[in-house]
Design a protein around this ligand. Sequence first.
Ligand code: ZN
Ligand code: ZN
Length: 293
Amino acid sequence: MIPRSGSGCPVKAEIVKEFTFEAAHHLPEVGPDHKCSRVHGHLFKVEVAVEGEVDPVLGWVMDFGDLAVVSRQVIGELDHRVLNVLPGLANPTSENLARYLFDRLAARVAGVSAVTVHESPTSRCTWRPVRPVAPATTEVRITVGGLLFSAAHLLVLPPAIREPIHGHDYRMTMVVTLAPGVPGDIDGVLRSCAEAVAAELDHRFVLAGRPAVGRLEERGDSFALVVGDETVTLPRMDCVVLDVGNTTTEALAAWAAARIAARPEIAALRATRVEVTLVESLDASARAEATVG
Ligand SMILES: [Zn+2]
Ligand SMILES: [Zn+2]
């Protein structure tokens, strides 16, 4: 029995994928003196977020590839167009564009949770339907950012495919929800908890303990990942084995959130929720949350 670093039961994760399109528009409601009343164009960047349960076998909310296919179809309909002539976009502000894309994407992809439209490198709008949240007066949220770890991994995919071994510089941000008025150096305690969990993965080969495809075996000083006809052998001392089906960004975020939530210092702070956002690469990130206790 290979010891696997457990994470409890993660709840949900949110993945984000980015796209671009180029289009012309003008804003008909701003008056003739406003520069945006004139026809001009932008390189728009669009972020599509999808929230859902992490599949216990595949270790992902959904395939980034599947999200890309649908998103490129929907967003591609705006590319190299004058947006104002499209039905529903007579006034194509970033806000209206984000809502327009959200409605169309949500109709085709389950779990679309937000769409962000960047009109320029410094101007953007996020359309995210409001979800009920606890009143702000009963809790505070503390963010700890700038957490880094570098790790190697590979994904296994049906029927018997594996990625080449590669690595990422992961960037991690943690948000902890807790009751107001807890005494002590809360920021310091939270940061040391998050750093300790990131350190577990830093400069390691991160292995899925119950791989979605194939199997993981112990062979002396090595782990052997058997996928189809192939065996990938890894030095045991370089590896950390997580109780996940695949080392996707969302599975790692969910593992880290639950791992941090399980630490006694977090319970001692009367924290209720730990959220972890993990950025794997320029166009892939995921957010996951775990309940404390
Ligand atoms: Zn504009
Ligand atoms: Zn990767």
